[in-house]
Write a protein that binds this ligand. Structure first.
Ligand code: GUN
Length: 280
């Protein structure tokens, strides 16, 4: 039986640590406030935004919710971001993605003050990560590093293979593993011999968005497998990008879906908000 990496327990531990930190900051007169903007009413986004607001309330972070109609123009959204950039009592600004097609996501991300970029998506945050300077890091990959460290898994010197090269997960994941002195390979849809490449991994991070694609044929015996995917299968049950039951027979540690990577994203968003409040 592999070690099951319990993302729920680890995220709960991080949230407890942050709650204590925020209580102390409040006593010193420092309040932390996150502005959350959603454009339109995509049901999945509404669930994510609701969970973010709940986590803020639990930890003691104020949240300002902006629920804007689908027809909101890019200029209107940029104007709101400018106003929030200028507000001294707002520490973090989060624009929930995806945005409606008529709004350019890059322009919106670029408009957020890098000092309030708690998602870690601004080119300045990404650039700092790339050259090893402190800055906000995208929450899902930052959460995966915490999962590994808090499960006693060493990254230094290990062969790390990342499947997927998105700006939100794959690319920052590769940079973070490199920062931890892993030997990193990034693979994607055009990679040849993916099974052979994935099989090199001591630590395999899977973020491809295809339900149960990764079977034991992609996994070296004893590898650690981290599953970023989340899907509903034909029976309406949640599953990941990894065929859990098959891969669990060969790996040494694995994240379940749900209860693995998912809860870590919000915990690390809360971490970034607290950092934004401390360093303003
Ligand atoms: N949509 C899916 N994941 C995320 C995230 O981490 N941040 C934002 N802002 N939108 C998302």
């Amino acid at each position: 039986m592999p070690q099951i990496i319990d993302g729920k327990a680890i995220s709960d531990a991080i949230k407890e640590e942050l709650k204590i930190k925020v209580e102390k900051l409040n006593k010193d007169g420092i309040k932390i406030c996150l502005a959350v903007i959603q454009v339109g009413s995509d049901p999945a986004s509404s669930v994510y935004v609701g969970n973010k607001k709940k986590a803020c309330a639990y930890i003691g972070i104020d949240s300002l919710a902006y629920e804007l109609p689908e027809e909101t123009t890019q200029d209107e959204l940029l104007k709101l971001i400018d106003e929030l950039n200028a507000k001294a009592d707002v520490n973090g600004i989060l624009v929930q993605l995806p945005l409606p097609d008529h709004i350019n996501e890059d322009a919106v991300i670029h408009a957020i003050d890098p000092a309030k970029d708690v998602d870690g998506f601004h080119p300045q945050s990404v650039g700092k990560l790339c050259i090893g300077q402190p800055g906000f890091v995208s929450c899902t990959p930052a959460g995966i590093i915490q999962l590994l460290k808090r499960s006693g898994i060493t990254i230094e010197g290990k062969e790390c293979v990342v499947i997927g090269r998105s700006n939100i997960v794959g690319k920052p994941m590769a940079l973070l593993l490199l920062r931890e002195n892993g030997t990193v390979t990034v693979t994607h849809s055009k990679t040849q011999n993916l099974k052979e490449v994935a099989k090199r991994a001591d630590i395999l991070i899977v973020a491809i968005g295809k339900p149960k694609m990764i079977t034991r044929e992609y996994v070296k015996e004893g590898a650690v497998v981290i599953d970023v995917g989340i899907h509903r299968n034909e029976n309406n049950k949640l599953c990941g990008d990894v065929d859990y039951n098959d891969v669990a027979t060969i790996c040494s540690a694995i994240t379940p879906v749900p209860g693995g990577v998912g809860p870590m994203t919000i915990a690390m968003l809360m971490y970034n908000c607290v950092e934004a409040g401390i360093s303003r």
